[in-house]
Structures are given as structure tokens and as C-alpha cells.
Design a protein around this ligand. Structure first.
Ligand code: PMP
Length: 461
């Protein structure tokens, strides 16, 4: 077998990659002409590539490397666990110590009576689990007609059949026969793009009240649950107006609709508290977790259930689970990650020290001529690009073209920032230092300038 290593020339690695690897969320044919960047290592907030470049990762991978890269403790725990018990399942009346310890820890950290964890290997799988849980819950309570799950346009909950259906991404729905039946979408609380002349507060209230209208139109006896991210991530880091979540909570309480908080991004410190529902002041019945649970060091996700939801599900045989549910190595690594987050006071430091600095610096990007709004909560932020700040105008031509130009410049300037349409978003490791924040802002400003120059050259700014 040919040995393929970090030391091979980049072009050869790229050619092999293009020939045999199908990338997620990509036009794969394109890799034949422009190879993928080959990431070879990482430490703290920095990635290294096969050309020897050092890149500041302002996305923490895919919003997940909360404790930063290169923590030996996690590698050591994984090696120890692999030697002791590399795999066993938790079906058929068996369990193991890592999954027991992780579940007890999550029950301690999760708010309220969210005390029971069912595991998966990803956020998508966990949301598929949630779909089955909420429908089974109502069926067991003698209300099998309560099947519809209400979600939001431009929400993201994964890309499997169930989770992709819950999400409100039209690009996902357009491929492969999604959404599945009995999913209903309402509008998102994105005031910048959709708020028109309304105040953010009135708009937030109006969008929340779409939930009530949907329940009334569909029939209370048909609706099982509402699912949403406390702060939409992949949709562009949409921080809802302050009026939004209290009204959603009121409506869920009034109609006894289960509230699922998808904490896949917001969980484990991203918004400045352990969970986004704490930042938003809501009381979910179920939380979806993944990403920051292990800081991405192992694939693990799950659904944390309230006492009441669990009691109903626990009374029946729930025919659901995955080979890797509660995988011992993933569970042990997740537990070690939680220990680091807690003992090193990573979230408290973000709240009290680096977070306010990041906020101040990030918000200063609103002074850039092409940035209409710079909003950040904890360590997730978004810049709305616009040709006219006063009217919150969209660029002429294809939506996202300018965002893509800026993203390309970030890439060239060794900064990983993502674009969602014409928004630029960040979600750095929670351990980012003030000096690294300065670098992030400098590179972002430079990339905005260069993107703007290109937009001008093409006549769209
Ligand atoms: N929910 C949310 C809020 C997410 O952001 C994501 C991933 N970006 C998912 C679910 C899906 O998680 P995964 O990619 O692990 O399946």
C-alpha cells in the first residue's frame, strides 16, 4: 500500500483527495481544478497546512473546538479508554463506566430537570432521535395525532432525512425528497434581513407569534413540539430580538407544546453560559447536544430529556439507538473536555474577560464601510454586509457573492471566517486570547477591504 503522509507534496495529496474523497456540502467536481487546502496540524486557535501556513481558526472547526486544539489530556484519556474498553454497546441491559459518568455529569450541568441523556454520534442523529422521541411521547400519552414538529425557515438541525427536514434550508430541501411529512416551518427572527420598518422588538414578537398562529391553524391536537436553536448558527448567527424567546416560551407553555432547544452550537459555553437556553432564559423539555460536548475531539452527540419526557419514554420499549450511542471512548473524551471547561473556568473567563473584549473589538467592525451590523453574543458573531447601511440594502446580483469574495480574502489572509450569504460569521475557540482577538480583527478588516475592492471592481458595491 502507498504510504500517504503529511510529507507528500500538496499537489499529490490534493489529486488523491479529488480522485477519491467526496466532500460534504461541496461541488466536488471543482476539486479537480482547485485542490482543497490540506490541514496537517493544529494547536490552540491555530491550524497548520501542508504549505507550512499558520491559519487563525475563527470558526473553531465547525463551531466545535471550544477548548482549542492540541490538548494532550484528551488524547491520553482516549488512549487509556481504548486499551481498557475500546467499544461496547449500551443495548440489551448493558452499560459501562464512561457513559455512566458522562450522563451523571451532564445531568449536573444541564439546567432544571434535564437529567436523562440518550446518545448519538452527531447533532443530526440526535435531532432524528428527538423527532421519534416527541412523537412517541405523545403517542404514549394517548395523543398519537400530535405529530407535527414546528421549526423555522433558515434554522439548521442537520442534514439527515429527519434533521434536514427540521432545518429550514431550502438548499437542503431541494435535494433528496425533503422535508418528510409533518414538519412545519415558521419565519425566523432575523430583523436585519426581514424586519422592514418594524422595530427589532416588535418584529421579534411578531415572529414568535407565528408559532401561535401555526398551532391554531394546524390544530393544537396535531402539534408535538417546537424546535429551534437559541441563536441560529449556520443560518448566519441570527441573535433574536429580546422579545422573541419569552414569547415563544409563553406559547409553548400555553399550548403544552414540547420545546426542543437545539444546543449543538450554543451548548458548552458558546453563548457565555453552559447552555444557550440559559442565556435566552428558556426552559426546554429536550436539548440537542453535540460539537462542544467533546470539543470535536470525538464524534458524540445526544438528547437531554426532562424528568417528565423521560418518564413517559422510559415506560415503554423505545426501539431506537445507534451502534455508537454512548461510545466509551467518545464518552471518556467528552467527560475530560467538560472537566477542562469547568476546572479551567473557560466559560467564566469568556463571560468576564475575553468575551467583553471580543464584543468590543468585533462590534468595531461595524465602522467598516461595507458592514451594516456587527453583532455578537458570547463567542458567536456575525457581520451583515451591505451596500447601504441606512436602508439595510442587499447587493445587486447574486446573494452571497460579496460574502464569498470576503471569505476568499480571509482564506488568503490565513483567517478562517465563514460566509452565510452576505453575512460573515465567527465562532472561535472559547480559549481565544486578547492578542489573538486583535489578529482576528486586523485580518477581518483587511479581508473586508480587499473584498470590497473586488466588489467595486465588479460593480456591485
Ligand atoms: N444542529 C445544529 C444547531 C447545528 O449547528 C448542527 C451542525 N452544524 C447540527 C444540528 C448537526 O450536527 P452534525 O453536523 O453533528 O450532524
Amino acid at each position: 500500500m502507498v504510504s500517504i503522509t503529511n510529507h507528500m507534496p500538496t499537489a499529490e495529496l490534493q489529486a488523491l483527495d479529488a480522485a477519491h474523497h467526496v466532500h460534504p456540502f461541496s461541488t466536488n467536481a471543482g476539486f479537480a481544478t482547485k485542490g482543497a487546502r490540506v490541514i496537517t496540524g493544529a494547536d490552540g486557535c491555530w491550524l497548520s497546512d501542508s504549505e507550512g501556513e499558520k491559519i487563525l481558526d475563527a470558526m473553531a472547526g465547525l463551531w466545535c473546538v471550544n477548548i482549542g486544539y492540541g490538548r494532550d489530556e484528551l488524547a491520553e484519556v482516549a488512549a487509556r479508554q481504548m486499551k481498557e474498553l475500546p467499544y461496547y454497546n449500551t443495548f440489551f441491559m448493558t452499560t459501562h463506566v464512561p457513559v455512566i459518568a458522562l450522563s451523571a455529569k451532564l445531568a449536573e450541568l444541564a439546567p432544571g430537570d434535564l437529567n436523562h441523556v440518550m446518545y448519538s454520534s452527531s447533532g443530526s442523529e440526535a435531532n432524528d432521535t428527538n423527532l421519534r422521541i416527541v412523537r412517541t411521547y405523545w403517542a404514549e400519552k394517548g395523543k398519537p395525532s400530535k405529530k407535527v414538529v414546528i421549526a423555522r425557515w433558515n434554522g439548521y438541525h442537520g442534514s439527515s432525512m429527519g434533521s434536514g427536514s427540521l432545518g429550514g434550508m431550502k438548499s437542503i430541501h431541494s435535494q433528496g425528497g425533503l422535508p418528510i411529512p409533518d414538519i412545519h416551518h415558521i419565519g425566523q427572527p432575523d430583523w436585519w434581513s426581514e424586519g422592514g420598518d418594524m422595530s427589532p422588538e416588535d418584529f421579534g414578537l411578531m415572529r414568535a407569534q407565528e408559532l401561535e398562529q401555526a398551532i391554531l391553524e394546524l390544530g393544537e391536537d396535531k402539534v408535538a413540539a417546537f424546535i429551534a436553536e437559541p441563536v441560529q448558527g449556520a443560518g448566519g448567527v441570527i441573535i433574536p430580538p429580546a422579545t422573541y424567546w419569552p414569547e415563544i416560551q409563553r406559547i409553548c407553555d400555553k399550548y403544552e407544546i414540547l420545546l426542543i432547544a437545539d444546543e449543538v452550537i450554543c451548548g458548552f459555553g458558546r453563548t457565555g453560559n453552559w447552555f444557550g437556553c440559559q442565556t435566552m432564559g428558556i426552559r426546554p423539555d429536550i436539548m440537542t447536544i453535540a460539537k462542544g460536548l467533546s470539543s470535536g475531539y470525538q464524534p458524540i452527540g445526544g438528547s437531554i430529556l426532562s424528568d417528565e419526557v423521560n418518564a413517559v419514554i422510559a415506560a415503554t420499549e423505545f426501539n431506537h439507538g445507534y451502534t455508537y450511542s454512548g461510545h466509551p471512548v467518545a464518552a471518556a473524551v467528552a467527560l475530560e473536555n467538560l472537566r477542562i471547561l469547568e476546572e479551567e473556568k473557560v466559560i467564566a473567563r469568556l463571560q468576564d474577560d475575553t468575551g467583553p473584549y471580543l464584543k468590543e473589538q468585533f462590534e468595531s467592525l461595524a465602522q467598516h464601510p461595507m458592514v451594516g451590523e456587527a453583532k455578537i453574543i458570547g463567542a458567536m458573531g456575525s457581520l451583515a454586509l451591505t451596500p447601504d447601511k441606512a436602508t439595510r440594502a442587499k447587493f445587486a446580483g447574486k446573494e452571497g457573492a460579496v460574502g464569498f469574495m470576503v471569505r476568499e480574502r480571509c482564506f488568503a489572509n490565513n483567517l478562517v471566517m465563514r460566509h452565510v450569504g452576505d453575512r460573515m460569521i465567527i465562532s472561535p475557540p472559547l480559549v481565544i486570547s486578547k492578542a489573538e482577538i486583535d489578529t482576528l480583527i486586523e485580518r477581518a478588516w483587511k479581508s473586508l477591504d480587499e473584498g470590497m475592492a473586488r466588489a467595486k471592481a465588479e460593480g456591485i458595491f
